[in-house]
Design a binder for this molecule. Structure first.
Ligand SMILES: Cc1ncc(C[n+]2csc(CCOP(=O)(O)OP(=O)(O)O)c2C)c(N)n1
Ligand SMILES: [Mg+2]
Length: 358
């Protein structure tokens, strides 16, 4: 499948085009830090899982620009409906690395107290609902939220993330159709990372791109270089502004690549050629952004090393804090789930507590 002329402002060496958007230095450095943090958290989590200290992990390595570039274009009160790899969006919007690890260790201190699947982050504090386990089910929810916000006279928009694989689901059609018909203030942000577990994108669709699918629903679709954080930012910003101004939805297709396996349960060497991964690494979004920051004298090599050291310290401290976290109390299985816990569950918890290790 030929991806149609992606929007690009930074080439793989970090050289900007003359029309590249110019962002404040402070914001660029905040974006860089969030991208580094997401990458280092991934590295750490892969190790923790292999050491048997956490159960499961799905990394977003190589896709950081899609998360951070788009997050930087959202307003605090906008709502995020993630697909599978949007932890970086939460981090940029103020989530802490410590909360990330508490979630993975399933501690009492975690937002969901260990009651959700690993990697299914969510937090009301950053307006992010849970990652969607059933692919594409988040999309009609996002359209519903967007429609409801407009109905209430609230100008918050919905950011609906999805993967290339999710475009084959019926919920994708439902959401896109309703978004178009209702002119809902929603932006669909699709990470075309070329794989849906072991299924390549060529087997998902016969369309010339994923972005072109928007045309059939009556709104604009655009392909963007997903490893160019400035292109992701700019395209998202424009789509968000259109949505907020009542000009309807947009589908953005971020051309990127899933560097690691689908999750820690997957072995991608069984179905894809390593040369493809090596080629993708040469388009790495993080080193591209680093080269840009240095080339434009926004940061020195030393400044970036300091960020790296800071982040490493933050990640280490967060792992330690989460490992010292306490396990959730048994009754948290039913508390906050019902307004009044039903009698049969009360009984079960009581019985269960008699088996508790002392
Ligand atoms: C409805 C549904 N079908 C199948 C699965 C199993 N499954 C989980 S993730 C995934 C692939 C997702 O691919 P994509 O949408 O491209 O996202 P990516 O993993 O590449 O980020 C599949 C098939 C599921 N979770 N839900
Ligand atoms: Mg994919």
């Amino acid at each position: 499948m030929a991806v149609a002329e992606p929007l690009q402002y930074l080439d793989p060496k970090g050289t900007p085009t003359p029309d590249a958007p110019s962002l404040a230095e402070e914001q660029l450095l905040r974006m860089y830090r969030a991208m580094v943090t997401t990458r280092r958290v991934d590295d750490q989590c892969m190790k923790l899982q292999r050491q048997g200290r956490i159960g499961f992990y799905g990394a977003s390595t190589g896709e950081e620009a899609t998360a951070i570039g788009s997050a930087a274009a959202l307003r605090e009160d906008d709502w995020v409906f993630p697909g599978l790899r949007q932890g970086g969006v939460m981090l940029y919007r103020g989530w802490s690395v410590e909360k990330w690890f508490h979630h993975l260790f399933g501690t009492e201190q975690a937002v969901e107290k260990g009651r959700s699947m690993p990697c299914h982050f969510s937090d009301r504090d950053v307006n992010q609902v849970s990652w969607s386990s059933c692919m594409a089910t988040q999309l009609p929810h996002a359209v519903g939220m967007a429609y409801a916000a407009r109905y209430k006279g609230d100008d918050a928009i919905a950011a609906a993330y999805l993967g290339d694989g999710a475009t084959s689901e019926g919920d994708f059609h439902t959401a896109m159709n309703f978004a178009g018909v209702w002119d809902a203030p929603v932006v669909f942000l699709c990470n075309n990372n070329k794989w849906a577990i072991s299924v390549p994108v060529e087997k998902q669709t016969a369309s010339e791109s994923l972005a072109i699918k928007a045309k059939a629903y009556g709104f604009e679709g655009k392909t963007v270089d997903g490893n160019d954080v400035l292109a992701v930012y700019d395209a998202t910003k424009k789509a968000v502004e259109r949505a907020r101004d009542g000009e309807g939805p947009t589908l953005l297709e971020f051309d990127t690549y899933r560097i690691r396996g689908h999750s820690t349960s997957d072995d991608p060497t069984r179905y894809r050629d390593e040369s493809e991964v090596e080629a993708a690494k040469r388009r790495d979004p993080l080193s591209r952004f680093r080269m840009y920051l240095i080339r434009e004298s926004i940061a020195t090599q030393r400044d970036l090393e300091t960020i790296e050291e800071d982040v490493q310290g933050e990640v280490r401290a967060a792992v330690n804090a989460a490992e010292e976290g306490t396990p959730p109390p048994l009754e948290s299985m039913v508390k906050d789930v019902y307004e009044t816990v039903p009698w049969h569950l009360e009984e079960q918890i009581e019985e269960l507590s008699t088996f508790k290790e002392t």
